[in-house]
Design a protein around this ligand. Structure first.
Ligand code: SF4
Ligand code: SF4
Length: 110
């Protein structure tokens, strides 16, 4: 097959009825400030871990909202808990507590 320099991505459509909201509901119950996130990406722009490895905390937010938790365990091991993301968040999301809660949710809910 001819190489056009790009690949076709798998279908990213989401079946809302099948969307597993358990982890995001757990997070919202323990860290309600997550609801204030407007997806600006400032957290990702300043992320220490993101400068060294392929890690994007905003992408983690998106995966959570979509109920796609399979990749999260590996992703969250990359966070260095420096807290810089929290310092720049314009919405005051308590990101350090959110990250700790995500890790706890992964252990408890999977
Ligand atoms: S900086 Fe705050 S508001 Fe912006 S994407 Fe990150 S968590 Fe959301
Ligand atoms: S606490 Fe984690 S997600 Fe936030 S800036 Fe530091 S390494 Fe990145």
């Amino acid at each position: 097959m001819k190489n056009f320099g790009y690949t076709i991505q798998r279908d990213q459509s989401i079946d809302i009825d099948q969307n597993d909201r358990r982890i995001v509901n757990y997070l919202l119950s323990l860290e309600p400030s997550f609801n204030l996130c407007l997806g600006c990406g400032s957290c990702t722009g300043t992320c220490t871990a993101g400068h060294f490895v392929d890690f994007n905390i905003r992408r983690v937010h998106t995966l959570l909202r979509r109920g796609e938790s399979k990749q999260l365990k590996t992703e969250m091991k990359k966070c260095m808990f420096c807290g810089k993301c929290q310092l720049v968040c314009p919405r005051g999301v308590n990101l350090r507590n959110l990250i700790i809660t995500i890790q706890r949710a992964i252990e408890q809910i999977g």
